[in-house]
Write a protein that binds this ligand. Structure first.
Ligand code: ATP
Length: 212
């Protein structure tokens, strides 16, 4: 069936990669169906939410059967553009950036870091995990030639905003911000912020105050 993707709520869309990863694992282990309660247990989303999420794209689980894993995966692949290679760049090849270049999503899906940028001359010109590192001055030209719209930002926080301005000026539409800085960007640019220390603090808080 054809799905109007503009009708999928953002909160649902954000959970799709989570479902996708788990279902891929199921398929790899030869499972053909899954119940919403099994899924719920694995991805830690309550089963009512899962049923509602899935109903947006016409996957109605059958009582006593559950959901067809292959059907769900083919839908997710289309929706998440998993069939197309999504090219990503990384800016800031420090410790964290280097770890991402070495990891490079090799096991997950069709996302790949194509190029990295830095201003440190001792890093520019190197290759880490098959990814070439260029000078940030070349950013605009290189991304235009390579059709890249997404950046992973792993620079020191005091330079995050001016660099974000530069990235947006070059045509970037999505920034995965790993710096603690809150970035201001135009309305047509999306920033997802991953502040590792905040995430860790929040986990510790929940463990302390809401023991399972
Ligand atoms: P390292 O020890 O390699 O410096 P780190 O993660 O502790 O790692 P940070 O100070 O957070 O280092 O810097 C991360 C990376 O961002 C470094 O490679 C640094 O050269 C780079 N960087 C700093 N300023 C800029 C900038 N203006 N544009 C692009 N990259 C920058």
């Amino acid at each position: 069936m054809d799905i109007d993707q503009t009708k999928i709520p953002q909160a649902t869309a954000k959970r799709l990669p989570l479902y996708y990863r788990f279902l891929e694992g199921l398929q790899a282990s030869g499972k053909h169906r899954v119940s919403s309660s099994e899924l719920s247990e694995a991805v830690k989303v309550d089963s009512a939410t899962i049923r509602r999420d899935f109903s947006y794209f016409g996957a109605l689980g059958k009582k006593g059967y559950g959901y067809n894993v292959n059907y769900l995966l083919s839908f997710f692949r289309k929706t998440l553009d998993q069939d197309e290679l999504t090219k990503v760049t990384l800016v800031g090849v420090g410790n964290l950036g280097t770890a991402f270049l070495n990891y490079n999503f090799s096991k997950s899906n069709n996302t790949r870091i194509e190029m990295a940028f830095d201003v440190d001359d001792s890093k520019v010109g190197n290759v880490i995990g098959d990814v070439p590192i260029y000078h940030l001055d070349e950013f605009k030209e290189r991304i235009a030639n390579n059709n890249v719209e997404v950046v992973i930002l792993t620079v020191p926080s005091h330079v995050a905003q001016p660099i974000a301005d530069q990235l947006v000026g070059a045509g970037i539409k999505g920034i995965l911000n790993f710096t603690p800085a809150r970035l201001s960007v135009p309305d047509d640019v999306r920033v997802h912020h991953i502040d590792l220390s905040v995430e860790l603090q929040s986990l510790i808080y929940f463990l302390k105050h809401y023991p399972l």
